[in-house]
Design a protein around this ligand. Structure first.
Ligand code: UDP
Ligand code: MG
Length: 311
């Protein structure tokens, strides 16, 4: 009999938590009744430094039902770190990570368990349709996944952080010590036997997204820069092509100057490439700087999360 733990990072989720808890406990009851999981299975909420009543709610749920557990992080560490804190702290044979807002379809969980029983060590929840997401989110997500694959990062299209991992896999995950954490890039690197469960993504049950555009862009850039050095190579290619182009431009300008007596005013042809090349150099310095910043963060090896309290 396997013990299942549901790991749920929460940042200011007081509007959704009561309903989420109710539905998850019902789900667990069903799984226990079917004999799919052990009765000691439970829920692990990770309070990622919420400012609202999230922690108080988790404490209340815990006192009402011992199957609900909680970890309180000392401050907001960000979704990926909060999730990792939960995954690395909770026991159990099988862990499933999901969002607090009920966007991930709970009906997929029994199907994930079935895949686990069939031998899969990792089961990825993949969105069937994204109707419930805004147009902007759909388009940006699609282009982002395409970009990642172009950069050689192995990610699964439309898979976020709704996934099942076995104890075996979690112990291997522990070995990935990176501070710039992008779990959906790391997990496919682990290998093992995997399976996919498709589900329809619901609209957020209540409250609003805790992923404003800036956070989303930061996660996206972590995803690229932590898994691919292609942007550095591309900078070098573009730099090489431009150097060749300027060389031929120089030869052309020189030959005009030496072989003809046409005097060229030469303002535009000097200033335009100067601005263009200057801009390009700054851009590529920025790319390189981005990588140095990541190296800087990684070499310090600061803890990725700090746990203040555990229930
Ligand atoms: N979250 C978190 N820390 C943060 C931001 C988000 O733990 O700094 C949690 C949030 O409570 C939710 C999950 O991460 O359970 C996904 O966030 P959200 O649903 O707001 O993102 P979206 O679905 O809009 O991308
Ligand atoms: Mg959400």
């Amino acid at each position: 009999m396997v013990t299942l733990n549901l790991v749920i990072p929460c940042f200011n989720e007081q509007e959704v938590l009561p309903e989420t808890t109710r539905r998850l406990l019902t789900l667990l009851d069903g799984l226990v009744a079917n004999g799919a999981v052990d009765a000691s299975s439970g829920i692990m909420y990770v309070d990622d430094g919420s400012h609202d009543c999230t922690w108080a709610l988790i404490e209340a749920f815990h006192s009402r039902d011992p199957r609900v557990h909680g970890i309180k992080l000392s401050r907001n560490h960000g979704h990926q770190n909060a999730l990792l804190a939960g995954l690395l702290s909770v026991e159990g044979d099988v862990l499933i990570s999901l969002d607090a807002d009920l966007q991930d379809d709970l009906a997929a969980i029994p199907r994930m368990m079935a895949e686990f029983r069939n031998g899969a060590e990792i089961v990825f929840g993949v969105r069937h349709r994204r109707d419930s997401d805004s147009f902007f989110k759909r388009v940006s997500a699609r282009s982002y996944y395409r970009l990642l694959r172009r950069f050689g990062v192995n990610v699964l299209q439309d898979h976020a952080d709704f996934r099942l991992m076995s104890r075996r896999v979690i112990e291997e995950l522990r070995g990935f010590r990176e501070v710039n954490l992008f779990l959906r890039g790391i997990v496919p690197l682990l290998g093992f036997r995997t399976a996919i469960v498709k589900y329809d993504r619901h609209a957020r049950f209540a409250g609003e997204s805790k992923y404003p555009l800036v956070k989303m862009i930061m996660l996206a850039s972590d995803g690229v820069a932590s898994f691919s050095t292609k942007p550095l190579q591309w900078s070098a290619y573009v730099g090489g092509v431009l150097a060749l182009a300027s060389l031929s431009f120089g030869i052309w300008a020189l030959s005009i100057r030496l072989l003809t007596d046409r005097t060229v005013p030469g303002w535009a042809s000097t200033v335009i490439p100067m601005y263009f090349l200057g801009g390009l150099q700054l851009l590529f310095l920025g790319v390189i700087g981005g990588y140095i910043a990541k190296i800087y963060a990684e070499t310090k090896q600061r803890p990725r999360f700090i746990i203040e309290r555990t229930l």
